[in-house]
Design a protein around this ligand. Structure first.
Ligand SMILES: [Zn+2]
Length: 213
């Protein structure tokens, strides 16, 4: 049987700024290459592509409005130190999805384990793509984009039967464990320990970490 093809899926690429590679150590580069290929596969999963297709139709966003979705290998830090989860150039239809930093991932893995980190990384990228796609329609209206992103992400986790049951708790982590004053979503703080404390409290409250490891 021929696999159904999704127009958005064909526009996705892993992309690296070669001139920035030299700034990172070999172990960092190896880590970020692995991270980006994992995220790329997570975003290309037919069940998620199917969901995006449905969401774009519901929002009446033409799939042609998206020209490229680049899964960036290296993280992007803004001048204020915050790491971005994604960007959208609405006039060019160019979306970029960025990774969490290696430092954040290492701290996260130590606390919650590798599997939870993988679930987190995949879902963070999904949430970021949903968010950036909505910017194509709502442009600068960050409030609406954020509210809708949250609704759609929740629908997305419910629609996917194969998603780990942890996905819902990850949702809470992505959308509700924000540090006060953090404006953009779903970008995180670059202070892993501070953010992880909130995440931990969140996972405990939701029961994921109720049993001692
Ligand atoms: Zn935004």
């Amino acid at each position: 049987m021929l696999e159904k093809s999704f127009p958005l899926s064909n526009k996705m690429r892993i992309s690296v700024d070669h001139e920035k590679l030299g700034v990172f150590s070999q172990s960092h580069v190896k880590f970020y290459l692995k991270y980006s290929s994992f995220v790329f596969r997570a975003l290309k999963k037919p069940s998620f592509q199917n969901f995006l297709h449905w969401m774009l139709k519901k929002e009446k966003i033409e799939e042609d409005a998206v020209r490229t979705v680049h899964v960036k290998v290296l993280p992007f830090r803004r001048k204020n130190g915050k790491c971005l989860a994604g960007t959208c150039n609405t006039s060019r239809g160019r979306i970029r999805i960025y990774p969490k930093t290696m430092k954040f991932c290492q701290t996260f893995k130590q606390k919650f384990g590798r599997n939870t980190l993988l679930v987190y990384a995949g879902n963070r990228a999904r949430a970021a793509l949903i968010h950036e796609l909505l910017h194509l329609k709502y442009a600068e209206d960050e409030k609406t984009v954020r509210e809708l992103s949250e609704d759609y992400f929740l629908t997305c986790t419910q629609k996917q039967p194969n998603q780990s049951s942890k996905a819902f708790f990850i949702y809470t982590m992505i959308f509700h464990a924000k540090i006060s004053g953090e404006k953009t979503l779903p970008s995180g703080s670059n202070e892993p320990s501070k953010r992880l404390k909130l995440n931990e409290a969140c996972l405990r409250a939701s029961g994921v970490l109720s049993k001692p490891c």
